[in-house]
Ligand binder design. Sequence first.
Ligand code: ATP
Ligand code: MG
Length: 373
Amino acid sequence: MYVKSITLEHYRNLKNTRIFFSEGINVIDGDNAQGKTNLIESLWLFTGGRSFRGARESELIAFGEKQARTELCFHSQDRDQTIALTITGSKRTAVLNDVPKSGLSQIIGSFCAVVFSPDHLTLIKNGPEERRSFIDAAICQIRPSYAAVLSRYKRVLNERNALLKDIPRHRDLEDTLDIWDERLAHEGALAAQERFHYIEKLTGLAETFYAGISDGKESLSLTYKTTYGGQSGMTREELKELILASLLKKQRDDIYCGFTTSGIHRDDLTVTINGREARSFGSQGQQRSAVLALKLAEASVLQQEKGEAPVILLDDVLSELDASRQSYLLHKLEGLQVFITCCDTHIHSDHKLRIADGVVVPEDESHVSPFGQ
Ligand code: ATP
Ligand code: MG
């Protein structure tokens, strides 16, 4: 899979333009605050995901404008395809290959990318929610129907939590808790099974990549931990039974707390380096390498599952890696389309773009056409 061009109209600080890219390594360089991350972000949004910077939709529209429009031409499944996004106020709508879609979730899986920026250190540093989101977003790109499972789980969880808050005032409602437990266990088991499958594929790859990045000196391992005793290899029925048993066992605690204390929304992926938890004991460099290994593994699993490689987006990553880690990374990404933002002009590239005050200028002028032409 590779991007052929992107058209931008009123997107953040980027001037209206159409930019063409190489199928290999695209280096985007420029001074601080010129629009490099904005360009990477605009590409990422075509995956159907939210901004990796956690930005709200309205923040993506150029100051003073009411609407932003972006269009991606990409090659996938042996044909050229397009996705057009329109961002108005707090809403984003999509048109995939000229067919309007009712929601962003409907384009997930069409254009696949893996993004890595220094902000992604939170994947190791922050709490379990960040790691669950990483796993869930990665599965969604492979199996878009997983998004529906997650949203059903969230809806049932919210209903159950609302009920838990009402029970102390209306004791008769307690009888209805079992119905929600059953539903939550059903959706939870579907999601848990997907997560276990994914982690099985991810683990070996992430371990190998980490060993490569650290030159064989350190080892990384991943363990998926649940609050209900779920294990890799369990059937959906076994997982459902465990989740249900745990919900029943904790009903008293849950009523007291006013929220659900067990289930897949409390799971975590523990990352250890040389046997110690990376979150608490990893150095900055080790944590960065662990994220890099996870991202490379994510790209490999995507490639295996979809039959084609995702596009790789690296924002400000190279400058934070030493020379040997840089060359390991670039070697591993050979043959893939890569977008790299940096201020180092020595990196080998197939195509170089320079951004100054939102204006993208390629080395070869023919790669940009004025908007509308
Ligand atoms: P750095 O090297 O520091 O990471 P960068 O080139 O990646 O810089 P960006 O994060 O892309 O810079 O931001 C470029 C500029 O875009 C910032 O100065 C910011 O104020 C501006 N900007 C952000 N959102 C909008 C918007 N909605 N409209 C106009 N400008 C915006
Ligand atoms: Mg930036």
